[in-house]
Design a protein around this ligand. Structure first.
Ligand code: ZN
Length: 499
């Protein structure tokens, strides 16, 4: 067997373990009985440790060293070179960190997450503070082992957005923040509430919502032969090659379930669009978290919240929900696109959303640059919230304690959400340029062309191209925040009568 084939075999074995871990995670968040948590944690820890051992084994190391030699590289074609590049990256990020540090991180994370849950429940930042301090300290250590371009934070961002650094993110976020803040303050100054009363006092039976969602996912192209739709508290998608599962949540009081469904379906279409011949292959994965998020946002916002989509969706809703009979399509469109600053990120609209991320980014970067002390986090958060969105949370559970990420040691993750929004605007513009009649397609409820465009241009390439290169291939330039800003202006000026 050639060294390259050996590497592929290792990759396949790793993927099998990963699939098992993902399935356990899916089960834990959907149907696992409460009392099974302890046993489940044990199983997961064992399996994760096997995975880690395999990835960082002497065998893997040997293959990677051989394949990175100049003489060997010369024998590889472009796909093989990319596969070696990605495996090398995965290997190094784990191999460079000592085992005892990894074990410590895992222990600290378990404690820290349960402390965070309590702290959030009691809205007591002090309860969480020592854990936050510890997580930052450990992640700084990790960054030193992994290595970085300019500063420790770069090593952490690299986990989620390969090729990005703090400096690069700042160069995109700084102008974005200014533009978004000015759009938001202009909207708020006119004190308008588009689509007021559309959902007020109405109930939307959950069983009906479920059946609409089930059909909607199928219409968008989600393949139920290779997936399923279940219920959960925080919707998520899990991709296990030929088994890609989505989850959703429902509330009787509104129809946000439709948009979370479209979001998760967007993630799922990415996973289902990966080429089957690359299941278990080093390249058979998403490019980055930001790219994944771009696919969910594209379907949720650029399709789902568009005026054209209302022609497809609204008549269906009216026939299911008699209480929408006296609501106009235009009012419904305005209601689902209302801009309102909220404390909670996951409830944010598409205009304010990236400001929630900018706030988190400022804070975590400050923590890692040691310009902000952990104990100042709560106050910095409140000040930034006031600066960006003109609201101040009354308690930390609506502020600094709202997200799980830091308690799990996931620093560097937040930028991906905002980058996803930026990518989606730029990608959707390219799709519009390429597909004549895209708007008409959406209007008539035909999504195949767009889905195939995304599959052919993005999904089927797995992670062969890095984000920067993929963006250039797709759009002719690197990531540019102006597409997002222009899209928002064009869409929201008429809704808010700002033209
Ligand atoms: Zn998402």
């Amino acid at each position: 067997m050639s060294t390259y084939d050996e590497l592929l075999k290792i990759s396949e074995q790793l993927r099998s373990m990963e699939r098992a871990l993902y399935l356990l995670a899916w089960d834990e968040r959907t149907y696992m009985p409460k009392g099974a948590l302890e046993g489940r944690s044990k199983t997961k820890a064992e399996l994760s440790s096997l995975y880690h051992k395999k990835l960082t084994s002497e065998k893997t190391k040997e293959c990677i060293e051989k394949l990175n030699k100049e003489s060997k590289q010369a024998e590889l074609d472009d796909v093989e070179k990319a596969a070696v590049r990605e495996m090398t990256r995965d290997f190094e990020r784990k191999y460079k960190v000592p085992d005892d540090l990894i074990q410590e991180m895992s222990k600290v994370s378990t404690k820290s997450q349960s402390a965070w849950e309590k702290a959030r429940e009691k809205s007591d930042f002090e309860l969480f503070l020592p854990h936050l301090e510890k997580q930052i300290e450990l992640k700084k250590e990790v960054a030193e082992y992994i290595g970085y371009e300019n500063e420790p934070y770069d090593a952490l961002v690299e986990e989620f957005e390969p090729g990005f650094t703090a400096e690069k993110i700042e160069s995109i976020f700084e102008p974005m923040k200014k533009e978004l803040s000015s759009i938001v303050s202009e909207m708020l100054s006119i004190n308008k509430k588009p689509g007021e009363g559309v959902f007020k006092g109405k109930k939307f039976p959950i069983e009906k919502q479920k059946s609409i969602c089930r059909e909607l996912a199928a219409d968008l192209g989600y393949d139920y032969d290779h997936g399923r739709l279940d219920e959960t508290v925080h919707p998520f998608t899990i991709g296990m090659d030929d088994d890609v599962r989505i989850t959703n949540r429902y509330s009787e009081d509104n129809l946000t379930s439709l948009f979370s469904l479209m979001h998760e379906t967007g993630h799922a279409l990415y996973e289902q669009g990966l080429p089957p011949e690359w299941y278990g292959h080093p390249l058979g994965k998403r490019i980055s978290m930001g790219f994944h998020e771009s696919q969910s946002r594209l379907w949720e916002n650029f399709v789902g919240r568009s005026q054209e989509f209302m022609d497809y969706l609204f008549p269906k809703l009216q026939s299911e929900f008699s209480n929408l009979k006296d609501v106009s399509k235009e009012d419904f469109y305005r209601r689902i696109n209302r801009v309102k600053p909220t404390f909670i990120r996951v409830e944010a609209d598409e205009v304010t959303y990236n400001l929630h991320i900018a706030l988190r980014y400022d804070l975590e970067l400050g923590l890692f640059r040691e310009e902000i002390e952990p104990e100042e986090s709560k106050v910095v958060w409140e000040n930034k919230m006031e600066e960006y969105l003109d609201i101040v949370p009354e308690d930390p559970s609506h502020g600094v304690l709202q997200d799980v990420h830091w308690s799990a040691g996931q620093f560097g993750y937040f930028p991906s959400y905002a980058l996803g929004n930026l990518y989606s605007a730029q990608i959707f513009q390219s799709a519009k340029d390429d597909i004549s009649g895209l708007k008409q397609n959406i209007y008539e409820g035909r999504f195949q062309q767009l889905r195939e465009w995304l599959r052919d241009n993005i999904h089927q390439h797995g992670r062969r191209y890095k984000a920067e290169e993929m963006t250039k291939r797709l759009t002719g330039e690197g990531l540019n925040e102006n597409y997002h800003i222009e899209y928002l202006k064009e869409k929201y000026e008429p809704i808010y009568g700002l033209v």
